[in-house]
Write a new protein. Structure first.
Length: 284
């Protein structure tokens, strides 16, 4: 009984102090939670603005998000890397490649340290660094980072995963831009095969890949294959969007170039005229 009374006196004596400490702890914890919530809101808003092509607004919000991330999370936290990567993409959109590059590399270092070198987040940043070089026409550097990205994606997701399609297409583009058509073809073919398997034959997204691949075959003199792919691309677009959509005109222009180059001048004129008519309807 004496022990119980002593305990009660002790609690009464220090209860107020304990309560004060708990309240103080809660007050300290609350701002941290608020800051974390603020970062998420800013980062999500940056992503949304980027997707809606409001790049100037996205950049301002993205800079705020990174500032909050650095002041809220410990160094090496992947959320800091998330904001760095996003802001790097925005800087690159404005051609600020020198500003974007260190952000990408810092994000890459954080992801590697926190998640491991074979994590898809590492592959994503490697792809973005590749993009940074690609848009500066620095093909050798871009190819190196794209290849690293592809290797990680294949290991983490599988060789036929839709996640590898963007990297395959970019590698194909690098070779195409350098007129190395034979080297570009395998990448485009593989990307097309994955999309056919994933999306199904006849999906509109396949038409663009077919159009690109047809152009490569044309430049290599494989005219029958090129013509077949152009016709397939045109048929898919017409079925999906009707016969007067601007996407139809992009294929028609390529087909006109193809027919002109293969000596079928009258056919080329027909396709050119049709493409012009589609464009003129959308300019009215």
């Amino acid at each position: 009984m004496t022990t119980l009374v002593h305990s009660m006196k002790h609690l009464c004596r220090y209860g107020t102090k304990v309560l004060f400490i708990l309240v103080l702890f809660g007050a300290c914890a609350f701002p941290a939670y608020t800051q974390e919530h603020l970062w998420k809101e800013l980062n999500d808003k940056t992503t949304s603005l980027l997707q809606n092509k409001r790049y100037a607004d996205a950049t301002k919000v993205g800079e705020q998000a990174l500032k909050v991330a650095k002041s809220t999370f410990p160094p090496g936290d992947t959320r800091i890397a998330d904001s760095m990567n996003l802001l790097g993409i925005l800087y690159r959109t404005y051609g600020r490649y020198a500003d974007a590059e260190p952000l990408f590399h810092q994000a890459l270092a954080i992801y590697k340290e926190s998640l491991g070198s074979d994590h898809p987040s590492v592959a994503k940043v490697l792809y973005e660094i590749g993009e940074n070089f690609f848009f500066q026409d620095k093909y050798a550097e871009a190819e190196s980072f794209y290849s690293q990205s592809l290797g990680i994606y294949e290991k983490a997701l599988g060789a036929d995963h839709p996640g590898v399609v963007d990297v395959l297409n970019r590698l194909g583009e690098i070779y195409q831009d350098q007129k190395k058509y034979a080297e570009a073809v395998p990448f485009y073919k593989r990307a097309l095969a994955i999309e056919e398997k994933t999306l199904g034959v006849g999906h509109p997204d396949l038409a663009s890949a077919m159009n690109n691949l047809a152009t490569l075959y044309y430049h290599q003199g494989e005219n029958a294959t090129a013509e077949s792919l152009y016709k397939q691309a045109l048929e898919i677009y017409e079925k999906a969007y009707g016969k007067d959509h601007p996407l139809i005109a992009t294929v028609l222009e390529k087909m006109a170039e193809f027919y002109n180059g293969t000596g079928k001048k009258s056919k080329a004129k027909q396709f050119t005229a049709r493409a012009k008519k589609i464009y003129s309807n959308y300019q009215k």
